[in-house]
Design a protein around this ligand. Structure first.
Ligand code: F0G
Length: 462
């Protein structure tokens, strides 16, 4: 069937704010042209993140009522533990209040200052936790992802050649490896089973443990099924099992592929490491059978982890993101290929070439999407990753200028997507006249969250 339809019906609704163009222009000006500063009730379509923004199912809400709030050893923990043991094959299951606390606990337990952590590309919080434990984060992404237009099916892979080289040169300094599936920092692109398997083999020779950051494990499994030779006839749960069979541990932000609004976990093979983490976590996260969560949250996550492996849901999700990306392309925007995953990434360098990096082209596009459509995305370009040179005071731009439009799960329907595409066609008519921006005020770290910007006069280069 050509029509993409949601494999669910809606039992509860929440109105979305609908503003006039003048109201949106006033709101973004008051927010100093920073989408993070916008109050949510001024946003019609909120695609800022797919994290913690999912709509839970009736089964998840029902399970929450069964939440056992006992401080220690609750039945909800037992169910959570069983579900994750079955999913990952990893015996020791530790709940955490979200993904980054699992990262912090792992880094504190495993990393010594000066040690290196390798990966296909660490997510920002993972890198921050590695660095805050005194470690060095080394990203080894597959060079295929440099070309945003190449249709390579597994651009999230680790560069195996670079990995071997790194290990030949300094394996004794490496504490562990993290494979992030899908690879959020490189456009949400997937990792192939072959890449995961080979990475495991290479690391085994050096006895270096492999952890999977499995925030979006089910989406990655669906890509393996649909894009990798030999997996078409396999079920999603069996692909998921194989993925985890290569891991010594897994970290998860359950705010993504567990349809939960909060939560996470660390699952480990090694009993001694698990014991160490459990001792540490009591100080900050809570007792090891609730880890900063309520019993009802553990129930919602356990139910969500089963639901996410439903192939009809995954097929709808990936097709819907693909449809959205194609629609934006037809409207005249350049998007990162191949499409699919948790987000569509617009390539601002290619879409608004009249703006130089110093004029924050991706931010210009993100603001225009809000002003025209009421759509909130996030700039992943020089505002987020550029910085001021300490000596010269000059702006050093980021390698890519992207706008990420991340899809909350089960929240927006196909007609919302059609409405956004219609708006994008309208916006595209004035793309070549979009004004640039300059930073008026910024913090030293993570400036994109709080920076104040102002609009420049439109200077179109001929
Ligand atoms: N790992 C990955 C791959 C992530 O995408 C995120 C969060 C985390 C870890 C951290 O998890 O937020 O629960 O502490 N990503 C969100 C995003 C914030 O918008 O992509 P957390």
């Amino acid at each position: 069937m050509k029509t993409i339809f949601e494999p669910f019906k809606i039992k509860m609704v929440e109105p979305i704010p609908i503003l006039t163009a003048a109201e949106r222009q006033a709101a973004i000006k008051t927010a100093n042209f920073n989408l993070f500063t916008l109050p949510a009730d001024t946003v019609t379509f909120d695609f800022l993140t797919d994290s913690g923004t999912s709509a839970m199912s009736s089964a998840q809400w029902a399970a929450m009522l069964l939440g056992d709030e006992s401080y220690a050893g609750s039945t909800s923990y037992q169910r959570f533990q069983r579900t994750i043991q079955n999913l990952t094959g990893l015996e020791h299951v530790i709940p955490t209040h979200q993904g980054r606390s699992a990262e912090a606990l792992l880094c504190q337990a495993l990393l010594k200052p000066g040690q290196r952590v390798l990966g296909n590309t660490q997510f920002d919080t993972t890198r921050a936790n590695i660095e805050s434990a005194g470690g060095i984060s080394i990203d080894l992404p597959d060079p295929a992802n440099k070309n945003t237009q190449a249709e390579d099916p597994f651009k999230g892979n680790v560069d195996l050649h670079a990995l071997k080289q790194e290990l030949e040169d300094r394996s004794s300094e490496v504490a562990f490896f993290v494979m992030t599936v899908t690879n959020n920092s490189v456009g949400g692109q997937p990792v192939s089973m072959e890449n995961l398997r080979t990475t495991r083999q290479i690391l085994a020779d050096y006895r270096i443990p492999l952890f999977i950051d499995c925030a979006r494990f089910a989406e990655n499994a669906y890509f393996i099924k649909t894009r990798e030779l030999g997996y078409a006839a396999k079920s999603i749960p069996s692909i998921v099992s194989e993925m985890f069979s290569y891991a010594d541990g897994a970290l998860m932000s359950a705010k993504k592929d567990a349809f939960a609004n909060i939560g996470g976990f660390l699952a480990l093979k090694d009993a001694r490491l698990a014991e160490d983490v459990r001792r540490r976590m009591v100080i900050t996260e809570g007792f090891p059978t609730y880890g900063g969560l309520a019993g009802r949250d553990l129930e919602a996550i356990a139910t969500g982890l089963d639901e996410i492996q439903d192939e009809s849901y995954l097929s709808y999700r990936i097709k819907s993101v693909d449809y959205f990306g194609r629609g934006l392309e037809e409207a005249g925007l350049k998007v990162v290929k191949p499409l699919g995953g948790h987000a569509v990434y617009i390539d601002a360098k290619a879409s608004v070439p009249h703006l130089a990096a110093a004029q924050f082209p991706a931010q210009a596009l993100a603001v225009a999407l809000y002003e025209t459509i009421g759509l909130r995305g996030v700039e992943v370009g020089s505002l987020m990753f550029g910085h001021k040179d300490e000596v010269s005071g000059e702006e050093i731009p980021a390698p890519q200028e992207l706008v990420r439009l991340a899809f909350p799960r089960r929240v927006y329907t196909q007609s919302h997507i059609d409405a956004i595409i219609e708006g994008a066609h309208e916006m595209a008519r004035t793309l070549d006249q979009l004004p640039g921006y300059r930073i008026v005020e910024q913090a030293k770290f993570l400036r994109h969250f709080t920076a104040k910007l102002d609009r420049q006069d439109c200077e179109v280069q001929s």
